[in-house]
Design a binder for this molecule. Structure first.
Ligand code: URA
Length: 250
């Protein structure tokens, strides 16, 4: 969709400096629109139709950003906080320009896939309680997770606030003997996003989640080449998959 905006806003959004730096650069003749030097940084431009260049290089305009973060432990899923480090603090300055925010929350000690975007509509669709987007986690659980737990999760378990969960898929991947006793490595897919849901589901069956990692959200899988704390832009295909998953008309 075409969007007209001030030249200085376009250039600062695309990481070419602060408004005052851009004003200076424009005065110095470093910016052209359709090949002609412009001297007014407040000029209204349509970057889709007009060709804007900064120091001779075409400014490729975009107003949306989609990032896949492998969230590490110890940071919170918020845009700002007075005390805690947030997932936004992990981003390079130029990736903060378009004001991405986390799509949903992972607990401070949960690691793994977190989508960051400024696409409010997509975020809304992915988080809508009516849409039941799958979220898949791997967890190390203290206790011997077995068939009875699988059946309980399929039927739905009652959480500490009496909420009955929707059916969840539970796969047992491995059993590990730890000093604290037997632990189970599991994969679980839930379709809702209640506060601390996975931890509380295991609490409900008398077991304790020790570590939790999200590996998928809808059609988006965590890129395992991303180390914890690092991130990358989504590919065009991944963005399309997410949009198609929610059936958003654009
Ligand atoms: N369930 C939890 O208990 N914690 C998370 O971070 C995500 C799902």
């Amino acid at each position: 969709m075409a969007e007209k905006l001030r030249l200085d806003k376009l250039l600062s959004n695309m990481g070419h400096g602060t408004r005052s730096e851009i004003k200076r650069a424009v005065k110095q003749g470093k910016v052209t629109v359709n090949g002609l030097v412009v001297k007014d940084s407040g000029l209204i431009v349509d970057p889709i139709v007009q060709e804007v260049a900064f120091e001779g290089e075409r400014v490729v305009y975009r107003n949306v950003i989609y990032l896949m973060l492998n969230k590490p432990q110890g940071v919170i899923s918020a845009t700002e906080d007075n005390k805690e480090r947030t997932v936004i603090d992990l981003l390079e300055d130029h990736d903060k320009l378009l004001s991405p925010f986390p799509v949903g929350r992972l607990d401070k000690d949960t690691v793994g896939l977190l989508l960051l975007t400024n696409d409010g509509q997509l975020a809304h669709e992915l988080l809508s309680p009516r849409k039941h987007v799958d979220k898949t986690y791997e967890a190390l659980v203290w206790g011997d997770v077995g068939e009875a737990d699988q059946q309980a999760f399929t039927a739905g378990v009652e959480l500490d606030d009496s909420y009955l969960t929707m059916p969840a898929d539970l796969i047992i991947l491995d059993k590990i003997e730890e000093p604290i006793g037997i632990c189970s490595l599991i994969r679980i897919t839930i379709r809702e996003g209640k506060f601390h849901q996975v931890k509380r589901m295991f609490d409900a069956v008398g077991k304790k989640v020790l570590t939790l990692k999200r590996i998928a959200m809808g059609p988006l899988s965590l890129d395992e080449s991303l180390s914890e704390g690092s991130y990358r832009e989504l590919t065009d295909e991944e963005v399309e998959l997410l949009r198609a998953h929610r059936g958003i008309e654009r």
